[in-house]
Design a protein around this ligand. Structure first.
Ligand code: FDA
Length: 406
């Protein structure tokens, strides 16, 4: 790849953003014969891939079903991603990973991770770009994108660039300290394209300090739960781990629910899923003289049991001395704990940004917008995947669909 500055250059396409979607799209387009320029303002390439999956990159998910995208993706039109996901599937990406001899394993619910390091995937994508003869300028800013009779003219930190097509792959707003910007949304609005209001997703939830004080002592405690939000048709539920933090709740269950949670609404947590706690506690009462907290520790972690009984003096006694009613209330509180978050940890901690370029402005076949020659791929689009490799698969699939059309 060339890094030499070019004062006035022509390309078939300029891809802005060398993250997951941009790198992949640039490599595929280059290998299909396009003269591609890939530009990114950050010092380091693909920082999000580097930090993803705890440094091992959860690069796709085997459970993804392109025929039913609403099962693992959200957005104003979850069906928008169907075509791209069907044309570039997890098996296609797995084949590429195998071609590059990257060892991987399945962890949980179809999630595939590299055995070694996320760096393997960055090297793979850079090698694919090199195979496509992609010119890569990084760090390089883009200060202006205008469209005229000659196509697109871009003002960059390395001079003026012209191309008939521009691909915006600048991602969402999550983790600003590693280079996230609102560039994609600004470009969309500049060309009159609608943007669904972005919001942090896959993000820890926070609670009012005073109300949270009794639970703050549980920071660091993790346990399997069932968590729900929404009512009736909008109801979403996840069976995953929950993690208590000093400011609120995190862990996979909470990250998943956060994408669906709306401000001012409640979440419900079953802290002892799969048990009939009221029945079990009444049985314990008939045979035990232990403190209620000690009995409770059979079904939930003892730290949680100890903290939980502090909420009511009726629970701070031997189980055989507790009234049936108080045991039933304890069971009900634990299996349907309802709480209203005050907010989220925001873009600083969010794994993704929900919302983005409105899919009604884009072709689901090519990712081209209603502004001819201007494409949007990856997280900048209003397509948000569940935790577990779905967001990367969207980056690969949307990048692939776009590259075929360039
Ligand atoms: P991405 O954010 O990857 O790339 C955007 C690029 O555009 C960046 O390189 C940025 O520097 C550049 N850019 C931004 N503004 C610019 C500007 N003004 N000018 C030029 N360049 C600009 N997903 C998953 O499926 N599995 C996982 O394991 C994880 N793990 C994970 C962990 C953490 C901590 C986070 C924050 C996120 C994840 N994700 C994930 C989500 C995943 O990383 C994300 O959805 C994809 O990286 C999105 O790919 P994009 O290419 O769209 O954006």
């Amino acid at each position: 790849m060339s890094a030499a500055p070019a004062p006035d250059s022509r390309f078939d396409v300029v891809v802005i953003g060398a993250g997951a979607a941009g790198l992949f799209c640039a490599g595929v387009a280059g290998q299909l014969g396009a003269k591609v320029l890939l530009v990114d303002h950050s010092e380091k390439v693909a920082e999000k891939i580097r930090i993803s999956g705890g440094g091992r990159c959860n690069f796709t998910n085997r459970e993804l079903d392109p025929r039913q995208p609403h099962k693992h993706f959200l957005g104003e039109n979850p069906n928008f991603c169907r075509s791209a996901l069907a044309r570039y599937t997890p098996s296609d990406f797995i084949a590429l990973v195998r071609k590059h001899d990257i060892a991987f394993h399945e962890k949980h619910k179809g999630q595939l991770f590299g055995d070694r390091s996320s760096e393997d995937f960055i090297r793979m994508l850079l090698a694919e770009c090199a195979a496509g003869g992609v010119t890569h300028w990084q760090p390089c800013t883009v200060s202006e994108v205008v469209h005229g009779s000659e196509g697109y003219v871009l003002q960059t930190g390395r001079g003026t660039v012209r191309a008939p097509a521009v691909v915006i792959a600048t991602g969402g707003l999550s983790i600003p300290k590693i280079g996230a910007t609102d560039f994609g949304y600004r470009i969309a609005r500049q060309f009159g394209l609608r943007v669904v209001t972005p919001r942090p997703a896959l993000v820890p939830l926070t609670f009012d300090g005073e109300a949270w004080a009794p639970f703050a002592q549980l920071a660091g405690l993790a346990l399997p739960v069932r968590m729900e939000t929404g009512q009736k048709k909008e109801r979403m539920a996840f069976d995953e781990d929950l993690l208590f933090t000093h400011r609120g709740l995190s862990g996979p269950a909470v990250l998943q629910i956060s994408s669906y949670w709306r401000e001012g609404t409640a979440i419900r947590v079953d802290l002892a899923p799969g048990t009939d706690l009221a029945h079990d506690l009444l049985q314990a009462k008939a045979r035990s003289r232990k403190l209620l907290a000690n009995e409770l520790a059979q079904w939930v972690p003892s730290r949680l049991a100890d903290a939980w009984v502090q909420q009511d003096p009726a629970w701070q006694r031997p189980v055989n001395e507790a009234s049936d009613k108080s045991l039933q209330q304890l069971a009900a509180r634990l299996s349907a704990w309802e709480l209203v978050p005050t907010g989220t940890e925001g873009y600083r901690k969010a794994e993704v940004t929900a919302g983005g370029v409105d899919t009604r402005e884009l072709s689901s076949q090519t990712m081209e917008s209603k502004q001819p020659g201007l494409y949007f791929i990856g997280e900048v689009v209003d397509v948000t995947g569940w935790l577990g490799g779905y967001n990367f698969q969207w980056a690969w699939a949307s990048g692939f669909a776009c590259a075929q059309a360039l």
